[in-house]
Design a protein around this ligand. Structure first.
Ligand SMILES: [Zn+2]
Length: 303
């Protein structure tokens, strides 16, 4: 399962995902049935899984906010599934970051008119995506952005958006539903694993642990975290543990660099510390996998 979850962290789609599907012996992703699974978090909040990142569906008094919209080809199945939990219109879409497994589906939301909201760097990153260079998709680019903190709506509908610095990318928004004490962390906290860092989109392995600590210390009154890709939500304290895990990982990479080890050798030697139960370092090949991640940190530390 872990491997499957990680493999679903598809950033670039196409050749790579086809290759992976072929290696697994399954049908190519575009031919496999597209099944979106619904987990109810509360009476007005659902997590819709499958087809890329976890989607949150927040049903408000007069409309629906959707957080992240999955891979290309998954927009229609996602929209159909949303209609099974509410008949209210989708009015707002929040993309936690630029990756195609979180931002593509909305271009397939036929009949929907919604305002798209992201962190401001994510807006710039999305504008560079081929999918969004198509004129017909321009309407699905963010119109409203957050720099550090912003609230949408009020009362029990309120949504708080936060940005605490570079991590998975340079535009990872944390989305909080204060009335429900639930957050969506996107891929800043994709699951209990060594994180994937997208240096091309401004990510930083050096800043990552601090960004997580700032999020943990800066957000109050949250009990449950919907992650970017895990099967089940995490507890708020898992974010603290994840920050610690990443801090220790960074310290370890620094010591490997001091010892003069190549990124490749360090990657081969890394073992998840015993105290981090259920964590994995089994990264998919995106961004050079474990070796690419360690090399990225080496390069950052040299600057
Ligand atoms: Zn991502």
């Amino acid at each position: 399962m872990k491997r499957g979850v990680l493999l679903s962290l598809l950033m670039g789609i196409g050749a790579l995902s086809l290759t992976i599907a072929a290696q697994r012996g399954g049908p190519p992703p575009d031919q496999a049935p597209k099944v979106v699974q619904v987990d109810k978090i509360s009476d007005n909040l659902y997590v819709l899984k499958g087809g890329g990142g976890n989607t949150a569906v927040f049903v408000m008094a007069n409309g629906v906010t959707v957080v992240d919209t999955k891979l290309p080809g998954w927009g229609r199945p996602l929209l159909d599934k949303i209609k099974t939990v509410t008949n209210k219109p989708i009015t707002t879409i929040i993309n936690t970051h630029t990756h195609g497994d979180h931002t593509s589906g909305q271009t397939e939301f036929t009949g929907v008119t919604a305002e798209v909201v992201t962190q401001e760097n994510t807006k710039a990153n999305m504008e560079k995506l081929d999918l969004y260079k198509k004129p017909e998709n321009a309407k699905w680019l963010p119109k409203r952005t957050v720099k550090d903190k912003m609230s949408l709506f009020s009362g029990s509908d309120r949504i708080d958006l936060y940005y605490f610095g570079r991590g998975h990318t340079n535009g990872d928004a944390l989305v909080v539903f204060p009335a429900l004490r639930v957050a969506h962390a996107g891929d800043l906290f994709a699951g209990k694993q060594v994180p994937l860092v997208d240096y091309m989109n401004g990510g930083s392995g050096v800043a990552y642990p601090d960004t997580l600590s700032k999020a943990y210390n800066g957000i109050k009154n949250v009990d449950t975290i919907i992650t970017g890709h895990s099967e089940t939500p995490m507890k708020w304290n898992d974010l603290k543990e994840y920050a610690d895990f990443n801090k220790e990982f960074l310290t370890w990479v620094q010591s490997e660099q001091k010892a003069g080890k190549s990124a490749e050798r360090a990657a081969g030697e890394y073992k998840v510390p015993d105290k981090y139960k259920g964590y994995t370092a089994d990264l998919p090949p995106f961004f050079g996998g474990m070796k690419g991640y360690i090399q990225g940190i080496y390069d950052e530390l040299k600057k």
